[in-house]
Design a protein around this ligand. Structure first.
Ligand SMILES: *Cc1c(COP(=O)(O)O)cnc(C)c1O
Length: 241
């Protein structure tokens, strides 16, 4: 089981090696493709047997459903389908409608988010108050070459650190007017979090730091705002923190 792009530092594993390893050992190669979405990466083409999605994110795309999907070979899916039927947990019709509707615009949304996230990452890289930017589309990212080889786009997720640490991060988030401070990702509105207080709050600080997640790390899910509006808002929030 791998993730296409890791949460927080946006690392990209050697996904072809993961598939080879699984198949050499008689295992099923599974990937969580939530961050990339099928617009940027299609796991079956790289040999994965199953891909898992939080459809709550890019597939739904409007932060108004909680849903999931498992996509892959028919023989595997039919086994999962039987278990799912026994356990319940079927999506209600209205959530299905919203997801179906959301998926019709998946391509245009994700391609816009790829572009805007790239622009935001480059802007932050050049900003004197920013010490580190994690985005696989940047040449400075350790997995940039792999991302370019595997993906059609580098996605709408990035993370970064400010010179002023936690205090500056909280001030920056409070100063933003477009991105909303909330967990989740992949929606039409930009969402910003400080992982140390949200997704990774249950992890002891030492472990977080070993994993490269500093307390001041800020994660941004880029939405569908016009890039210039978002950049202007980020610039103003940085100026005041
Ligand atoms: C959010 C998320 C999940 C969990 O999905 P839910 O729809 O919130 O249950 C799993 N994997 C990744 C990569 C996610 O971002």
């Amino acid at each position: 089981m791998s993730e296409t792009i890791s949460n927080r530092l946006m690392r990209v594993a050697d996904l072809r090696a993961a598939v080879s390893f699984a198949h050499a050992h008689g295992l099923i190669a599974i990937i969580d493709n939530t961050f990339a979405s099928p617009i940027n990466f299609r796991p079956a083409e790289a040999g994965f047997d199953l891909s898992i999605h939080s459809a709550t994110k890019y597939l739904g795309g409007h932060s108004d459903i909680v849903a999931g999907a498992i996509i892959g070979r028919a023989d595997l899916i039919s086994r999962i389908g039987r278990t799912a039927a026994h356990l319940g947990g079927s999506l209600d019709p209205h959530a299905c409608f919203l997801m179906h509707r959301g998926m019709k615009t998946l391509g245009v949304r994700v391609r816009h988010q790829n572009q805007t996230a790239g622009a935001v990452a480059r802007f932050l890289t050049d900003h004197p108050k920013v010490t580190r930017v994690n985005y696989p589309g940047l040449e400075s990212h350790p997995d940039h070459a792999r991302a370019r080889e595997l993906f059609d786009g580098c996605g709408g997720m990035l993370s970064f650190e400010l010179r002023g640490g936690v205090g500056a991060a909280d001030a920056f988030i409070a100063n933003l007017t477009l991105p909303i401070s909330a967990p989740s990702l992949g929606g039409v509105e930009s969402l910003v979090t400080r992982p140390a207080t949200t997704s990774h709050s249950g992890m002891p600080r030492e472990e977080r730091e070993r994993a490269g997640i500093s307390d001041g790390l800020i994660r941004l899910s880029v939405g569908l705002e016009t890039a210039d509006d978002l950049l202007e808002d980020i610039a103003a929030a940085l100026a005041a923190c």
